[in-house]
Design a protein around this ligand. Structure first.
Ligand SMILES: Nc1ncnc2c1ncn2[C@@H]1O[C@H](COP(=O)(O)OP(=O)(O)OP(=O)(O)O)[C@@H](O)[C@H]1O
Length: 319
């Protein structure tokens, strides 16, 4: 049993798992799949009641494979062999949800705690084409979680500006492709070495760290790093990221009167599910090679592992 001094409420839960289902692609629509439409109450109930009966995967003549229940935080998945499966999360968003709502409800409290001095991590995980990049980076009309975080951080920094407090914001961006760790912010995307120490965990000593003075500067840095990321085409996504990546933001806050320096970190890793599951590659991709797995991959998971205490994982140990 977990012991905690703090009550486990929605706001202070250490790890939250949230599902976002994107709208159907043109290809999926052409294959006769259907998005969940707004239905009248008794029809909704009928869908939910299917859980206790044998599933029928035809609804209004079209295939609806996934049904999201935002008010229950649940996702119901059609099982052609029998009863539907129901999975419950901290929150579930259907294709009508925008990134702003997800940010405000799920990410804003985490970023606020980073600004209070705690480490944080927002982690996008899913099969190719499921919407990780759309959610994390966003589009011209709908900004993603990362640029929203930058704006939130800078709004906080500007609102709390005083002669007594100084903030220093710096960013790093690394990718893991095959067995190499590359620095996406270095001119030649140089290969990096991960080092480990028994007491301080894993860190990357030569990773570029760039000081930024505004949210827009951070967005430009993220885009510059994205241009260096390995990409290709998969059966599910024309413009697919083919690597794991971690965008790391460090906010140092110095208080002149107390000589106190706080240095929390916020990480944005992208992990692609294909690496973790042994799905035959011909089902997933016809582009650049997928991840073979191996020791470096184990280490990258260690890098983003939440730490209870001590210096942050991607940085050299502090004496
Ligand atoms: N919530 C959404 N609303 C509208 N379109 C979306 C949404 N999520 C994803 N899409 C669209 O679906 C396609 C695939 O999304 P995206 O590239 O974000 O997937 P991904 O998970 O990052 O894929 P990969 O792992 O292959 O890089 C894109 O064309 C994107 O614009």
């Amino acid at each position: 049993m977990e012991k905690s001094a703090r009550p486990r409420t929605a706001l202070n839960e250490c790890v939250k798992v949230v599902v976002r289902c994107r709208p159907l692609s043109e290809r999926e629509k052409n294959e006769s799949y259907e998005e969940g439409k707004k239905r009248v109450r008794h029809e909704e109930k009928a869908w939910y009641d299917r859980l206790s009966t044998k599933a029928v995967n035809k609804f209004d003549g079209k295939l609806q494979v996934v049904k999201v229940w935002p008010e229950r935080g649940a996702v119901q998945v059609d099982n052609p062999k029998g009863q539907d499966k129901l999975f419950t999360y901290d929150a579930a968003y259907d294709c009508t949800a925008d990134t702003k709502t997800i940010y405000d409800e799920m990410v804003r409290p985490l970023v606020a705690s980073v600004l209070d001095g705690f480490n944080g991590c927002v982690f996008a995980y899913g099969q190719t084409g499921t919407g990780k990049t759309h959610t994390m980076e966003g589009t011209g009309d709908d900004e993603g979680i990362i640029p929203r975080t930058f704006r939130h951080m800078w709004a906080h920094i500007e609102n709390t500006a005083s002669p007594d407090v100084t903030h220093l914001v710096s960013c790093s961006y690394v990718e893991l492709y095959l067995e190499d760790v590359r620095d996406l912010l270095a001119k030649d995307c140089k290969k990096l070495t991960i080092r480990g120490q028994e007491l301080n965990g894993f860190y990357i000593p030569e990773m570029t760290s760039i000081v930024c003075k505004s949210a827009n500067e951070m967005v430009r840095l993220m885009r510059a790093g994205n241009r260096n990321r390995a990409s290709g085409r998969t059966d599910m996504n024309e413009h697919s990221s083919r690597s794991h990546a971690v965008f790391l933001v460090t906010v140092e806050t110095a208080h002149r009167s107390t000589d106190r320096i706080r240095c929390p970190h916020l990480q944005f890793p992208w992990l692609i599910q294909e690496f973790c599951l042994s799905i035959p590659s011909n089902r997933l991709s016809s582009g650049l090679p997928l991840f073979p797995g191996g020791p470096v991959h184990t280490v990258i998971y260690k890098l983003i592992e939440p730490k209870q205490e001590g210096p942050h994982s991607l940085y050299p140990p502090q004496s």
